[in-house]
Ligand binder design. Structure first.
Ligand code: DAH
Length: 348
């Protein structure tokens, strides 16, 4: 092998090395020239077949070439590694000046918000918030509330029964049973509000859901009068619907109160003129209430000669519908975020 041939081999190897611009290409180059079956390696191995007088010269030249190439290879590898790192940094660069992506944070359901708003108002008036079971005995849902079996008033609450053969068990159709549970457990003075889910066997339409929420209220003590009921409910309505609200109490019938009333406010959309929301009457009924029936007090062992009380019950969805002009109760339980996201005033 002449020294020209070795020079040519060196030039070719170095040129190829210069062209290898990835670690992969470098590995290929190394295998081709310096690997176990590489050109230099094979030539060194073939020295033995050369004439004896050529061996020292060619051997020295090949070994020099091998060292040169190995050094060049190491240098090139260092450069390629740096190039690859630079390319990766470029590709994976993060622009820290870009504005962040806002995570989608949920909002409290409008019914939850309304329950909090209402119970807050009553809490500031001295009422405690308590909750009761959604699966309830017929005794608490009806009998103890002065609605005996076979009484026609029992039909007013289109009840979903869980067990009707022996001991009646129902999904509570209103929150009133908690009046009894609270009075059974405590002695007056009592001031509680009870938010909770209710269920009725109901054909669903724009104003009826088979599942909805109520907030019950109960105040019992000595010397409680209808004036307390009027004052408290008027203050509540004005805090929720505006200080300028006028209020109206009219006679109504509920078996567990006597007298019973329906409580209305002047329509905040037309200010009493008459519009679509108030059905032209100028008034909007927001709850039922009354003085606790003496029989109900007796049913929990209270002496109606000593204690008197008043109670109320209202539908939460209805309050939201009135306050925000929601036209259909079915929106509440369809899980449509376009509807729900509109109620994001109150921070979670
Ligand atoms: N429980 C009644 C209903 O579901 C609402 C109600 C009326 C509750 C008068 C009361 C009340 O506490 O005094 O329709």
């Amino acid at each position: 092998m002449s020294s020209e041939q070795i020079d040519l081999l060196r030039e070719r190897a170095l040129r190829d090395l210069e062209e290898a611009s990835s670690l992969e290409a470098l590995a290929e180059w190394h295998a081709r020239y310096l690997g176990r079956r590489g050109e230099i390696t094979l030539r060194l191995r073939g020295l033995g077949s050369l004439p004896a007088e050529e061996r020292p010269r060619v051997g020295r030249a090949l070994n020099e070439l091998k060292e040169t190439l190995e050094a060049a290879y190491e240098e090139r590898e260092r450069v390629v590694r740096q190039l690859e790192l630079a390319a990766r940094m470029q590709a994976e660069a993060v622009d820290v000046t870009l504005p962040g992506r806002r995570p989608a944070i949920g909002t409290l359901h409008p019914v939850t918000q309304m329950i909090r708003e209402v119970t807050d108002i009553f809490a500031h008036l001295g009422f405690q918030v308590v909750e009761g079971p959604e699966v309830e005995y017929g005794y608490y849902a009806f009998d103890a509330l002065n609605i005996p079996p076979e009484h026609p008033a029992r039909d007013v609450w289109d009840t979903i029964f869980i067990e009707s053969d022996r001991k009646e068990i129902v999904l509570r159709p209103h929150t009133s049973p908690m009046q009894i549970r609270v009075m059974e457990r405590r002695k007056p003075p009592i001031r509680v509000v009870v938010p909770g889910r209710c269920y009725r066997y109901e054909a669903v339409d724009a104003t009826h859901e088979w599942h909805f929420h109520q907030i019950e209220g109960l105040a019992v003590d000595e010397h409680i009068t209808m004036a307390d009921l009027k004052g408290t409910l008027a203050e509540f309505a004005r805090q929720l619907f505006g200080r300028e609200r006028r209020v109206r109490f009219r006679c109504d019938f509920f078996p567990f109160v006597e007298p019973g009333v329906d409580f209305a406010i002047d329509c905040m959309f037309c200010r009493g003129e008459g519009c679509r929301v108030c059905g032209g009457s100028g008034w909007i009924e927001i709850l039922g209430a009354g003085m606790v029936h003496p029989q109900v007090l007796r049913n929990v062992g209270y002496d109606p000669g000593r204690y008197t009380g008043w109670a109320f019950g209202m539908g939460v969805e209805r309050l939201v519908m009135l306050k925000y002009g929601v036209p259909d109760i079915r929106y509440f339980y369809q899980g449509d975020l376009r509807f729900l996201a509109q109620f994001d005033r109150i921070p979670v």
